[in-house]
Design a protein around this ligand. Structure first.
Ligand code: CP3
Length: 366
């Protein structure tokens, strides 16, 4: 299948085949489903004792780079929670290594890039010819795909999600050298060194498309593009510096034959522009009321979200009300995937996560 998104949306024959028996994939394509599909950002993470047990013996990167362990962590989380999709256990920054950018995860600090990329010469030196080295992610997907190859008791095929970062979010880690508050160096390059910025985003897109292709080949049904820090940009800057490379990334992943979910945080003012990338699904953060966000995006696009992950700490009655509010705002329209508005944080009570998934299933059954 090699369709532009608009064609895909109008072509009911091929979408019926593409959606198949997975309610998650069907919802991505805005096809009718028996109930709202649900999965959760960071569903495999430090809040979960099963993950911490594995983490005790391995670093984050060891888990990511060992297909046996990455697949096990992915499968355990999906089964423990009873969700409709499994996101492969990996990290946004893995493609940095074959590009020649060294990084590590420091406890409590997140990712650290020791020699940030700030000049045209440094951008020119980035490698785009070693994406094969990332095959361990595809190998993990293959294992997950094999594990979930037969339908579940309710007849539904679990969806398998591959993922990569978006140009802005990945470029910002490379340029800042880690997490950032004000993105000064990234914006300095965007505004002041157009040649470096364009070449950097071009190279990232080439690497990410090849990386996504490996994941699709291995069995990913959908690719989620994380633009976690896009909310740092005003609409004008997003349009001028990020829309084109992100649109190209989305189009080239869709040309692989899978729907694309495009997610960012703090994006209320960017939603209609993010829609212009042509993504099949836009992921909403929790700050924007879902109905309002969907209206900004337009009904010709599916949405994913958007419970506040911190609502998972609330008493049961409050949490259930919040879950209901998200479902009510979506009003059962085709094309809603229930999720959080950002990842589950450490310390979240596992039983509340499990209850949330159960409530979505009960309350949305049609
Ligand atoms: O089930 C899942 O969703 C887990 C798989 C996953 C990880 N990273 C593993 C991980 C996914 C989808 C990611 C993507 C990712 N990585 C994003 C986008 C998602 C988002 O939250 O917006 C980002 C921004 C990164 C970069 C990154 N990796 C940061 C900023 C951090 C530190 C933040 C923290 O929570 O400490 C990481 C580390 C990381 N990646 C952890 C996990 C489970 C936690 C650290 C650990 O286990 O040691």
């Amino acid at each position: 299948m090699n369709h532009a998104p608009s064609e895909r949306n109008d072509d009911t024959t091929s979408t019926a085949l593409a959606g198949g028996t997975s309610r998650f994939v069907r919802a991505c394509l805005r096809q009718p489903v028996d109930r709202t599909p649900v999965w959760l950002l960071r569903q495999a993470g430090r809040y979960m004792p099963e993950y911490m047990a594995v983490r005790k013996h391995h670093t984050l990167l060891e888990i990511c780079r060992t297909p046996e362990i990455a697949s096990e962590v992915t499968i355990t989380a999906a089964e423990r929670l009873g969700v409709d999709a499994a996101i492969i256990f990996a990290d946004l920054l893995l493609p940095f290594t074959p590009m020649g950018v060294d990084f590590e995860f420091l406890a409590g600090e997140g990712p650290v890039v020791h020699s940030p990329v700030r000049t045209l010469e440094q951008v020119q030196a980035l490698r785009t010819d070693r994406v094969e080295e990332l095959q361990y992610v595809a190998q993990a997907i293959e294992k997950v795909s094999k594990h979930f190859s037969s339908p579940r008791p309710d007849g539904d095929q679990l969806g398998i999600i591959g993922f990569c970062g978006a140009p802005f979010t990945l470029a910002s880690y490379m340029i800042e050298g880690g997490s950032s508050r004000n993105y000064i160096e990234s914006k300095r390059m965007m505004y002041g060194d157009g040649a470096a910025w364009s070449l950097l985003t071009e190279k990232l897109v080439d690497v990410l498309v090849a990386y996504a292709a490996q994941q699709v080949e291995a069995g990913a049904d959908v690719i989620q593009v994380f633009d976690s820090w896009a909310g740092a940009l005003g609409v004008t800057d997003y349009r001028e510096y990020c829309l084109q490379p992100t649109t190209e990334l989305v189009r080239r992943i869709q040309a692989l034959g899978v729907p694309v979910i495009y997610f960012g945080v703090d994006t209320a003012s960017l939603l209609s522009t993010m829609r212009e990338t042509g993504a099949d699904v836009i992921g909403l953060d929790w700050r924007v009321p879902l109905a309002e966000g969907w209206k900004a995006i337009g009904e010709g696009c599916a949405v994913q979200g958007n419970l506040d992950p911190i609502a998972l700490f609330a008493p049961e009655d409050v949490l259930q009300t919040r879950v209901r509010e998200v479902l009510d705002a979506a009003a059962g329209r085709p094309g809603h995937i229930f999720n959080l508005g950002h990842g589950i944080v450490p310390g979240t009570p596992v039983e509340n996560v499990i209850k949330t998934v159960e409530w979505v299933k009960e309350l949305s059954a049609r």
